[in-house]
Unconditional design. Sequence first.
Lengths: 511, 352
Amino acid sequence: METPRLALRGLTRRFGDFVANQSIDLTIQPGEIHALLGENGAGKSTLVKMVYGALRPDAGDIVWEGRVLPPHDPKTARGLGIGMVFQHFSLFEALTVLENVALGLDAPGPLPALAAKIRRVSAEYGLPLDPDRDVHTLSVGERQRIEIVRCLLQSPRLLVMDEPTSVLTPGEVDALFTTLRRLAAEGCAILYISHKLDEILSLCEAATVLRAGRVVASCDPRQETAASLARMMMGADLARPPRTAPPPRGKPRLVLDAITLPTTAPHGTDLRGVALEVRAGEIFGIAGIAGNGQTELFAAISGEQLAPAAADILIDERPSGRAGPAARRRLGLCTVPEERNGHAAVPIFSLSDNALLTGYERANLTRRGLIRPGAARRFAAGVIDAYKVRCNGPAAAAATLSGGNLQKFILGREITQNPGVLVVSQPTWGVDAGAAALIHQALLDLAATGAAILVISQDLDELLAISHRLAVLHAGSLSAPHETGSKSVAEIGLLMGGIPAGAAELVAHAA
Amino acid sequence: MRLKIEPRASAAPALNALVPALSVVATTIAAALLFAILGYPVGRTMYAFFIAPLASANGWAELALKAAPLAMIAAGLAAGFRAGVWNIGAQGQLTMGAVAGGGVALALPDAQGPWVLPLMCLCGLCGGMAWGALPAFLRIRLGVNEILTSLMLTYVATLLLSALVYGPWKDPDGYSLPQSRMFSDAATLAPILPRARLTVGTLIEFLLPIGLWFTLRHALVGFSIRTAGAAPAAAAYAGFPESRVVWIVFLTGSGLAGLAGIFEAAGPIGQLIPQITPGYGFTAIIVAFLGRLNPLGIIPAALLVALSYIGGDTAQVSLGLPNGAAGVVQGLLLFFPLSADFLVRNRLRVVA
């Protein structure tokens, strides 16, 4: 047997009393695509940060190609050939691709030579990238390519990818997988972190499953099913949301009447005549790649950005385009923004105070302008209980919760306020499969009570699983809606890509 | 080898509670060292600085008289700082409060009755608010940085007051000194205690910060202010528009500064002079931070800073301590709590 590219032996890391990783063993061979699976908070990020040298282990060894590594930092790691593509990119939007790559390299060398190298490597691996483009003009998929190419330029021997497909279209996912398989064939080891079980089944040849900081299983995903992997990951069977019935024909509870709204953000996207109608009992999905107006659309509906005319937005037939978020909430519109930290919740505030953030009126948490601390605490405790939020009770600061748990709290906070219309952006972004299933079920249950639900998501699988109707947002315009299941994934992918030239190729790929 | 700063996972609560006490001790030691280096008798200087002002009832009264306006202005500013609104111009707002309220007193020299003083206070409040409304408006409508506008308007206010007391409002019987006529009895805050200069204004100045604390902690409007400072996007999402929060905190801070201005003019001063208070509006910024932007912490902070000012004067008069040395001690008083605060939240680590 050849020397493993990377072997972890008994790796342990604590944060105070909390054990994030407990005696982790893991072995990756050269050329192997190895999945690291686990729910949010299972310890995946801690583990890869130790491999990358961003965190020091408290105990255990990192063995690189047969040699025990002394404590190292990310720069040493890059020198050894360990590359990492993070879930959230660190790119400067105002700079070009070339400049961004150069900034991320330890020894970029002269820029013209680097540009040529980027062109060559990106073409070689099927990751077309123009070094002279400004980053803000690129799609999320293209931005990810910058990060990957940056790693490839350093001839990686181990590539760590943290949830790389959460932002990609189906076509882009296929292209990425082709690249990864090719890299593996050349001998590069790949550590692939994902929640998406079907991806792991189709891509990986080994998997290590973490639960609560420990390795609970090592297996060959090719011998497993999605259900068996999910069981290992969570220790329980995934509750699958039922396949949804044909769209309900209730009365429209949320109507956007061709909203046209210039963006307020630099490099943002203007909304162009976005029209839609969400009916009572319906879940309406908006698909699309990030940066195509999702942020602007959410702000326009939530009231953080006012529409040009009151009649542009109807909530239960009442014109509300000129009303702010508080007034719209009074009319029954509750919302969940995409960004949890600092938008949907205040990280340094307790969960009680975060309950107050949107519930001060609808949940009766104030009286004559004064806060009712007891009521806020009870409300938060109720949400924690009903949505299985793992935390130290209502007094815990939001920042201490893992992403999935905070998301459950935020969604629970809104649903508990009994909204007539609920708008949710990226309901399960960065959330583990268990929390995602719970969130989807909660949305379906709410719809069943007659609420209208609008889900803005980049996760097409999610929208296909829960929504009755779908429309695609591209460059600030919304496509005509259609019933879920009436269009193929490839067709939706085409719409997400904006249809024109080049898209045909994507479809061919997907087919 | 180098030093690295990293945030602590959790700040020890015991350590947190010790910060104010430890920093006072550290200030005392550093001050003693400073006096020794300068060649002053350490014991006597320390006594003059920190003990003598408190050795008599009158000393305590003077301390309260100085601390009260500092506490009220600082509490008002703290509300703004909590919201991320940087009103640096309390000194100007205080001056305009004195001008507006004092203007009433000078316009009605013969007025009698209990309504005169409340009217003056109301005008003082509004004068301060008007001066604070300008930078608030400029920030909300035009995106102008309020630090610059509020600060520069302070100089405008000071010059306006000078123009008035050197010109139209000069006391005709005042030997050409730049000062207004004394306010009439009906327009003067009478001392509430014998042989002390404390007035009902002093009392209000200590009580209002408590009201502000209650509002910040227990009222929805206070919650909106804290949210705006902690996460502006979350505040907008919650339905607390930025413009509303900016108006509220600016008008609160500047109104209280204006009120402090008229309390000074109608209280211990009794007339308008070119300089209302030795820069309380600026000192209040220090007090606000020393009190950790919590109105309840601001009251002891104001007393401490007031003590350092009075003690500095005492030491200068009795021992000839240079003015600069007193300034250094006041600086230390701010330096230690702030750096201790930083070290409680972060730790220094030696990196190989």
